[in-house]
Structure formats: C-alpha cells, structure tokens
Design a protein around this ligand. Structure first.
Ligand code: PRP
Ligand code: ZN
Length: 304
C-alpha cells in the first residue's frame, strides 16, 4: 500500500539497474530527531541544498534526496518503496512492528517509552493500572505491556498531546515518550515505569535494487566511521624517554601508540587514540608518569 502523498513523487523504483532515481532517505520533518539526523548526514558527507519547508530536498554531494516526513509515516514510505531508507525513533518502529527493517542503531535521540501518573496518585506496580484509562499514541506497545503483566486497563488512543490527558479528565495515566522528563514535570505527572528504551535507528527496504543497496552500504560504512570516532579521542603528549614504556602501556591506540623522539634530549612525543569515557583518568595517570604538554582532541572519522 502506497501512502497518499501531499505532492506528486516518483513512484517506487522498479528495481532495474540504470533506471533508478536518486536514493531516497526519509527524515523526521520537525521534531526531536531532526537536527541530530541532519547532523549525522552532514558528518557522512551528505550536504543538502537548503530549502526550508520543502518535502523533498536533493543532496548536493551524493545521489541522494531527503524526504521530510512525520516520524509516524516514515515506516509506511519505506515499506511501500516510496523511500529507500529512513531515520526514525526505535519506539515508532516497535509500535508499527517493523523491527526487521532496522539496519543500524544510531546512538542519538535516546529516550524511553514510559508510564506516568499524576504526581499524587498511588502506584504500586502495573496492577495499579487495573480498570484505569491510560492515554497513549503507542496502543500496541502499551497493550503488550499490560498483557505481559496480566492487567486489564482501558487504552485510550490519542494522536498527540498525551501529557495533558489526565489534567483534562480524559485519562488516569499516560504512556508516552520521556526524554528530559520536563514535559511530564510541567504537566504534574510522575514517571513510574519504563516500557521500552529507545534511540534513533536507520531502517531500509530489504529488497533494494543493486545501485540503492550500494549506496546504503556506503552510508552505513560512513555512519560506522562517525560512530566509532565519537567513542574515542586523540591524545598527544610529551614524555621523558624513561617513561615511554609505562605511558605507552596506558595508551593502546588503534594498533599501538606512535612514539617519536623530540629535538629536546631525553624526551619523546607520544600520539594515540583513547576511549572518550575515562579520558580524564588516563590524563591523571600519564601526568603522574611525567607526561607534559598533553593535548586531547575529538576525531571526525575512524576507518578501522
Ligand atoms: C515526545 C513526547 C513528549 C516529549 C518528551 O514527543 O510525546 O511530548 O517528547 O520529551 P521531554 O521528556 O524531554 O520533555 P516527540 O518530540 O517525540 O513528538 P511526537 O510524539 O509528536 O512525535
Ligand atoms: Zn510522532
């Protein structure tokens, strides 16, 4: 089933090599994931001809066009072949039951689908929801949660603004996405249960024709390089030659650290790659071994 489109768009590819339109990647139009999704694409070398408020924007650096959609629609577009791939929240993918389309978890847009109740309400576990009205835009995930816990509650499906439902008397509890928690807080709600942790994911059609499949692989290769880079830092330092072995042992690097003699007698420069987590700990330890002039910088890409 092909969703109805607001403007005419080339129909799904026929799969023939050579006749292909540009690779079409769907991204959330306006929302939590939009900025980080576009940043990831830029980091992967995909620059867009900037045209705010357009549905379909061609990339200037790759044979790709970006289709801006509501996150809830991205799955349908990819399944039907109108788009080849999409960036969206795992929460939406799970709700729509299309987990098999996920090709990468992207590590940003982390949030959770949670249950929340009015701040003063009693909650002693899922059984407390029995007989209550729970408002949500995630009826399938909520139903599965209630069933897992053997609880009968009334699922009240809404299209949005779930957080105001208890205050206006439409529901006794809600099941919604929580990121910073400020939406719950400002609506007098208390998070009581996490149903599903979520992050941004890349989904793709499983039956891509060869040119599109190659483009997807290029994109995945670049995403992996960017993700690996975000987990590490580059460290440069000067060390007394006598400490080089001890310091090198703390700096495994991608293969092993680079050690170069300095013009100054008895000193070396050491370069390496270290985990971003724990880089302060490493700095403390190499300083204790006599290191000086320590520089730590971010890395753009790591191609293993
Ligand atoms: C979610 C959710 C809340 C908000 C929570 O909406 O529905 O409104 O984010 O974030 P917070 O904990 O940081 O306050 P989202 O941006 O995903 O939009 P959508 O549900 O309309 O797709
Ligand atoms: Zn949405």
């Amino acid at each position: 089933m092909i969703p109805t489109l607001p403007i005419p768009i080339t129909p799904p590819r026929q799969g023939a090599e050579g006749t292909a339109r540009p690779f079409r990647l769907a991204v959330q139009k306006r929302g939590r994931l939009t900025d980080d999704s576009l940043q990831l694409l830029r980091d992967c070398g995909l620059d867009l001809a900037t045209h705010q408020a357009r549905l379909l924007v061609p990339a200037t650096t790759m044979p790709v066009e970006v289709l801006f959609l509501r996150d809830d629609d991205i799955g349908d577009y990819v399944r039907s072949g109108v788009a080849d791939a999409g960036l969206l929240g795992e929460n939406v993918v799970h709700e729509q039951g299309t987990d098999s389309l996920i090709v990468r978890r992207l590590g940003f847009g982390r949030c959770r689908l949670s249950l929340a109740v009015p701040r003063g309400a009693v909650y002693d576990g899922p059984a407390s929801l029995a007989g209550l009205r729970v408002a949500t835009t995630y009826p399938r995930l909520l139903a599965a949660f209630l069933e897992r816990h053997g609880v009968q509650a009334d699922i009240h499906e809404l299209r949005g603004s779930v957080e105001v439902a208890p205050a206006i008397g439409l529901a006794d509890a809600i099941c919604d996405l929580v990121s910073s928690g400020s939406t719950l807080f400002s609506n007098g709600l208390r998070e009581v249960e996490t149903i599903l942790p979520s992050q941004a994911v890349l989904i793709a059609r499983p039956d891509l024709p060869p040119p599109a499949e190659r483009l997807l692989q290029t994109l995945l290769f670049r995403i992996d390089a960017v993700q690996r880079a975000s987990d590490v830092r580059y460290i440069l330092l000067n060390a007394p030659t006598a400490s080089v072995d001890a310091i090198s042992a703390l700096l495994p690097g991608l293969q092993s650290p680079t050690v170069m003699p300095l013009a100054r007698q008895g000193w070396c420069s050491i370069h390496s790659v270290i985990p971003a987590d724990g880089s302060w700990d490493i700095i403390d330890r190499v300083r204790a071994l006599g290191a000086e002039g320590i520089l730590v910088t971010t890395i753009e890409k790591v191609v293993a």
